[in-house]
Design a protein around this ligand. Structure first.
Ligand code: F6R
Length: 251
């Protein structure tokens, strides 16, 4: 695995399994440190296809090496509006299927923004408050959308944005359509942590895989910082790591 520095950002480039081992090492070190301090470790987690091999590695360490997640509090980045927890495409369902069901995490310590709520604005504000009440996020995992979204902070999202209800970009809906059996089945709205919520995490790691992410990763890493590419706001964070496979890095 290669490591280069671009501005404040460390960029790791390598095979997916190397990237996942390095990311899992970070999680493991955080869990050990927090346990010693007698405090919970607060993780911010992403859904989507990118983190699946990392989640597989965390599950492996739990099963084979006894890594315990009993001391973890987790907050997911975002959730589709209107699906409900039982819907197989809801992020709640995906997170349990792909990660939490296989760990010793306490169910009451897992949070995903609500998919169904009679007052999404209030629900979003409560989610933001719960993150603050947990002492903020220690380690935030991100993927990147085709147009540079982080969470569901689409183009136009401001750096001071907080957890809120958002309208999904057309590109996000098109990208999600295969999993939903067509665009018409993809929700138009979601609740997402805001850019400011994400940037307050003590450590932020963004993982990207595949050639389809190459162009947007380059813009986010080295292009102008601004709402046109929300992931570019990471350039202002003092403890951010990019974990890219060769295709996403364009190397
Ligand atoms: C998911 C999320 C999104 C995804 C991004 C990339 O919780 O917040 O920002 O990380 O859309 O998705 P994949 O990994 O499916 O390419």
């Amino acid at each position: 695995m290669k490591k280069v520095q671009i501005g404040l950002q460390e960029v790791h480039v390598g095979e997916v399994d190397e990237l996942c081992r390095a990311l899992a090492d970070e999680v493991e070190a955080l869990l050990e440190n927090r346990l010693k301090e007698g405090k919970p470790a607060v993780l911010g987690l992403a859904t989507g296809s990118t983190p699946l091999p990392l989640y597989a590695e965390l599950i492996r360490r739990h099963r084979e090496e006894g890594l315990s997640f009993a001391n973890v509090i987790s907050f997911n980045l975002d959730e589709y509006e209107g699906l409900g927890r039982d819907h197989e495409r809801s992020y709640w369902c995906e997170m349990w299927k792909n990660l939490f069901d296989h760990l010793d995490v306490r169910p009451e310590n897992v949070s995903v923004p609500p998919s169904i709520s009679d007052d999404p604005d209030r629900a979003a504000a409560e989610y933001e408050a719960a993150i603050q009440a947990a002492g903020g996020i220690d380690w935030q995992l991100l993927g990147i959308g085709g147009e540079g979204h982080i969470g569901f902070n689409e183009k136009g999202s401001e750096p001071d944005s907080r957890t809120r209800r958002v309208t999904l970009a057309r590109k996000t809906i098109v990208d999600a359509a295969p999993g939903f059996g067509g665009e018409k089945n993809v929700p138009n709205h979601a609740i997402t942590m805001g850019v400011a919520t994400i940037l307050e995490a003590k450590r932020v790691v963004l993982m990207a895989r595949g050639a389809s992410k190459k162009e947007i990763v380059a813009r986010a890493l080295s292009g102008e910082v601004g709402s046109d590419v929300p992931a570019s706001f990471l350039q202002n964070h003092e403890n951010v790591g990019w974990f890219l496979d060769d295709d996403a890095a364009g190397s």
